[in-house]
Each structure stands twice: as C-alpha cells, then as structure tokens.
Write a protein that binds this ligand. Structure first.
Ligand code: AMP
Length: 417
C-alpha cells in the first residue's frame, strides 16, 4: 500500500530515496545548474526532520561502466550545503552495507552513480557489434537475472522507499520502479513527484474548460502521440514551430524550404480530420517570420504561412499568429504548453516563443491553470523570468512528454500498485 510522505512516521527509519541529480557539470566538475538538486531538498529534509536517515541514490549522465567523469562525488558537497547536514559517500552503490547500517537519525549517505552498473537500466553492455540475435537475447536475459540481486541489495539498505525522481519516471529501471516491490507497505512519492503528478492530473484528468494545448517543437514525428492524446482532451490545439509546416503543407500550403516531414502528411491530415469530427479547433500559424539562412544574421521577412517563397524557411511565428494564439490562450481556463513556436535559440527568432511565455503568465494572472512541460518551453519561461508566474513548470522533459501521450509512467505505477 502506498504511503504519504506527510503522514509517514520516519522515526528511526532509513529511507532510500531515488532522486534525479543528473545535473549539468562543466569541465572542472562544477555544477552549472542545480535546479534538480534544489527540487529534491524538501523531500530529503522532511525525512531528516521526521527523525529518519537518508540513503540518496541517483544516476549521472550515461556512463558505460565505472567512469570517474560521471561520479556523483563531484556533487556531494553541494548536496550537503543545500541539505544543511554533511552527506557521506559510498563509492560503490552495491557495497554500502556497512555505511547504511551505521546511519543514525538525521544522517545522510549518497550512493555512487547507479548507472555504473548495467543492472540499473537492465540493458546489456559491451555486446560485439556483430552479435547475433541469440547472443543479444542471452545477454539481455543475463542482465535481467543479475538485476534481481542488484535491486534486492539496494532495497536491503533501507526500511522505506521514496521516489522523487520525476525526470526518470518514464523508465522502468531498478531504482525507479523495480525496487518498490520490496517495500509493499513503505513506499511513497516525494514532494517533487507529487507536484508533477498533480500538475499532470490538473490538465489530463481535471481540466477546466476551455482547455488549450500549445504544442510546438521541431518534428511532428516526435509529438504525434501527444497531439493524438490532446485531441481527446482539449477545446483548442495550437500547433506551432517547425512541426506546423507539415500541417500547412498537408492543407495544400506552400512552405518554401521550411522544416517538414512528407511521410507524416497522412497523419497530419488524420489529426485535422479527427479534430473536425470532435469539434476541437486547430490553430495553425497564419503568419511566419521567414529567413534565407538558418542564422541570426539571415535576411528576414514576414509572409503568410501558407505562401512561403522558395529559398526561404519559416523560423518563427509572426505577430499576426501570436495575436490570434494569445487571444485563444487568454480565453482559456487551462493551458498546457510544450515546445517552442520558433527557433528560439537564435535571438532573431525568439520573439514568438517568448510571447507565448508572456501569454501564459497573463492567463495565469487571469485565473487559468497553466502548465509548462518540456525542456525548451521551460527554458523560455525561465529566460523571461516567468517561472513563478505560471501555475507549474515541469522538471521532466521525456517523462512529461510520455505522460502527455497518456502513458502510465513505470516510476509512478510502481509506487501506486
Ligand atoms: P522539440 O525538441 O521537438 O520540442 O523541438 C525543439 C526544437 O524545435 C528547438 O530546438 C527549436 O529550435 C526547433 N524549432 C522550432 N521551430 C522551428 C522551425 N520553424 N524550424 C526549425 N526548427 C524549429
């Protein structure tokens, strides 16, 4: 049975907590953005304040085995500072028995990178490139078998399990999902995870209408499942960014050299038809800022999105598109935003995306529930200084995308089961 972190009695208990401390480090191993660490601190502090001790576990990067470059020891001091207590370090996550056993209430231990072991992900490593299917199958079976011991060993350190790693909630890994079964009555979500789940439920289950989704980004192919799921939920679907041109082309528009996927045109048409059947209003871009080169210094001009001249490509939503979209957003009671509506990494083409961020902030002020989910849109609201002017900014790119596709995330399911 799932417990709640607020009502669980941590006195004298050891809590093993899966966090997502996969933070960016510079070449001197200095943390360049500690958002993910700060996001997990309330959960970690709660355990200590409740009289428990902590065993903190995470991955960092994508090591293929033991690799000092991906050691979590680089971040221990920072975690200690943020947590306000010294954090001990176990330099092998499978050999921390003595350190874990010695933990007293109020003390904390961090385990070395879980992904030093192939068992964390349960995927074989070091397979020869010419491995046969049988060899691949055998290697996979072997790692799945040794994964059982790996998980059991991690679980043996603690009395209860907390999952606060939303960033990896879409992965069925040892520490994010499999470990939960060793704590049938002592498993729970951390505060970050709870916040993310509530945000997802606010848009997917309990949305107030009108509900508008703004979906942007580069490709239809990577957001197809999100678009399809959104059709079941929303009143308005704003489709912007590079993916919009596939829809414009599907409708017979002329898109010049804009990014598009010809093989996705049938699916784009299907989405347009389904939307019409369901009474979902689709809002494509009407005006585009085009460029003659993919650079900040390119020549630019504003043109109708369905009449882009050859030699020019759509780079940002034009002011006319933004004006229409903004009105739709401001008339909504729930707004979900995932993906930029232009090449916002280049300052010449950032305006549309920043104006969407602004529109979400304004809608929030008017009382709408607004969720920003996904790496690039999060970067845009952060750059505008609007992170606390929208209702919720998700910390998990891939996990949020899968949730928006309507999938059950293994890291969430394992605690709920
Ligand atoms: P995604 O990862 O699918 O959310 O896509 C984000 C990327 O889409 C960003 O790197 C943007 O630069 C890119 N993008 C947005 N609009 C366009 C566009 N009109 N042409 C090319 N790339 C775009």
């Amino acid at each position: 049975m799932q417990q709640h972190i607020d009502s669980y009695d941590f006195r004298g208990k050891k809590a093993i907590v899966r966090v997502d401390f996969n933070v960016p480090l510079d070449e001197n191993f200095v943390i360049t953005d500690d958002t993910r660490i700060r996001a997990a601190i309330p959960t970690l502090k709660k355990v200590l304040a409740g009289g428990g001790s902590l065993i903190i576990m995470s991955h960092l990067g994508r090591p293929k085995g033991v690799d000092a470059k991906f050691s979590l020891k680089h971040i221990v001091d920072h975690v200690s500072e943020k947590l306000g207590v010294p954090v001990q370090f176990a330099d092998d996550c499978q050999k921390a028995d003595a350190q874990a056993a010695a933990l007293k209430p109020g003390e904390a231990l961090m385990l070395e990178n879980l992904r030093y072991y192939a068992e964390e992900e349960g995927k074989p490593r070091g397979l020869a490139e010419d491995a046969t299917d049988d060899e691949k199958k055998a290697a996979k079976a072997a790692v799945k078998e040794s994964q059982k011991e790996f998980v059991k060993h991690l679980a043996s350190y603690a009395d209860c399990y907390i999952n606060d790693a939303f960033g990896t909630a879409h992965r069925a890994h040892a520490s994010t999902a499999l470990i939960a079964k060793y704590f049938p009555n002592d498993k729970m979500f951390g505060y970050l995870m709870e916040g993310e789940i509530k945000a997802i439920d606010n848009v997917l289950k309990n949305a107030q209408h009108p509900f508008t989704a703004v979906i942007g980004g580069s490709k239809v192919s990577s957001k197809l499942a999100v678009l399809e799921n959104m059709l079941e939920k929303v009143d308005n679907l704003i489709i912007g960014g590079g993916m919009g041109y596939t829809f414009i082309k599907a409708q017979g528009g002329k898109i010049g050299n804009s990014l598009h996927e010809d093989d996705l045109i049938p699916q784009a048409n299907e989405i347009l038809e389904k939307a019409a059947q369901k009474g979902v209003k689709i809002w494509l871009s009407t005006q585009t800022l085009v460029a003659d080169d993919f650079s900040n210094e390119a020549n630019t001009k504003l043109v109708p999105t369905n009449d882009i001249p050859d030699g020019w490509e759509g780079m940002d939503a034009g002011p006319d598109s933004i004006e229409v979209w903004k009105k739709v957003i401001l008339d909504s009671k729930t707004v979900l935003w995932n993906g930029p509506v232009g090449v916002f990494e280049l300052s010449t083409f950032e305006k549309g995306t920043l104006q969407i961020a602004e529109a979400l902030a304004e809608a929030t002020k008017k009382g709408a529930y607004t969720l920003v989910g996904g790496g690039d849109s999060v970067a845009a609201v952060t750059r505008m200084g609007y992170s606390d002017k929208v209702s919720y900014v998700s910390t998990g790119g891939g996990a949020m995308l899968e949730a928006l596709e309507g999938k059950d995330l293994p890291g969430i399911a394992a605690v709920r089961e």
